[in-house]
Design a binder for this molecule. Sequence first.
Ligand code: FAD
Length: 405
Amino acid sequence: MDYNFTPEQQQFREGFIAWLDKNLPEGGDDTNFRMFESQEEWAKAYKDFQRKLSEAGYASMHYPKEYGGGGRTLMEEVIVLQVLAQRAMFLRGPGVITHGMASPTILTCGNEAQKKAFLPKILDGTHIWCQGFSEPNAGSDVANVSTRAIKDGDHYIVSGQKVWTSFAHMADWCIMLVRTDPNAKKHRGLSYLLLDMTLPGVEVRPIKQMTGESEFNEIYMEDVRVPVDMLVMQEGMGWHIAITTLMFERVVGDALMGAMYQKNIERMLDMAKQVKRSGRPVIEDPLFRQALAQSYIEVEVLRHHGLRNLSHQLAGGVPGPEGSIGKLLWSVPNQKIMERALDMQGMLGQVMPGSPNAVQGGLWQYGFLRSKGNTIEAGSTEIQKNIIGERVLGLPKDGSRAARQ
Ligand SMILES: Cc1cc2nc3c(=O)[nH]c(=O)nc-3n(C[C@H](O)[C@H](O)[C@H](O)COP(=O)(O)OP(=O)(O)OC[C@H]3O[C@@H](n4cnc5c(N)ncnc54)[C@H](O)[C@@H]3O)c2cc1C
């Protein structure tokens, strides 16, 4: 495998970097993660920047032009995303579910009217989307979803509760798993709706996280009337749609995470040169040097895993459950890298963002707290291990689920 970009790809990448140099808002670099005074300001900054990306032709390079995309290749899209991951990751935060889940679902499974109505508004930054899968009694076992959607003429009447819904407080729309057939087998009774968050009966309540921010929420729905046109594919296809789009997006996700963590390693090296322990820079301490090397290795493993999956997809392959390996490779190491970074800072490790004494603006303290969610969000570590065991290695089903099915 040749890791180098072709001359055309290199030229495209340089063109994009030159554009970004001129168009990234001041302080848009993600080291300045507290650049926004409020969540509203963060959402607005995301939307403004996404509009600029779209106007310059850099929004979803591999999507057809008729839906607002660039009409180019997946490789060009990955090039754009990798540069953005290193230069504007925090700025693009509110769009994580929008671009990672909502747009691929609509592109892959939506009908023509849904594609035409929603994709251009996603790509030009008009709409932010959230993902309403988890419920108080449906997390790992998402097939347990009990939010009901009962057909009433040309509407579904939706009632229920979602939880841990990232960016619901900013979202205009939500991709939502609902139960349309309570009598069918668990997975088969689910359907996939596109929910307008401004409809009467939708209430969003933010949940405060240990970082101090409210990135995720509860959504309460009471007799919300959703037009039947907002059903994706047919009733009963909810589970199939959710799994298909998740697998495709893991491939792009791994390539993006690898790029973002590479940047973190650079920051960690800078920090190790600045911060002193026992009178000498951390980078000169043999034990911390090992921690730096270990972090570098872990990021390289993730990066190469991402490249392998990407080349498989570029060669026409269909991603499978091995995507769960990528999830383990970005979540567990990130927690360790954050812990190592705080260890390196010694006493300063306790100084939080906002203090003039915080190392690198408190980036690692924030990252340490946020990283705790990494092994839970997008499917917990235990669930990923079950998937790898059962579907990649062919081991017998785990006892608890086998008994329930
Ligand atoms: C930061 C963050 C953002 C999130 N954003 C969203 C979002 O936008 N939309 C959304 O729908 N959800 C979101 N979630 C929810 C997330 O998908 C769920 O938290 C996750 O799937 C786990 O579900 P749960 O919390 O109900 O835990 P549970 O499923 O109750 O699991 C509790 C523990 O039991 C373990 N466990 C469960 N079943 C098994 C098993 N069969 N074998 C072995 N161990 C098992 C789990 O690994 C876990 O450690 C988010 C979560 C976080 C932390």
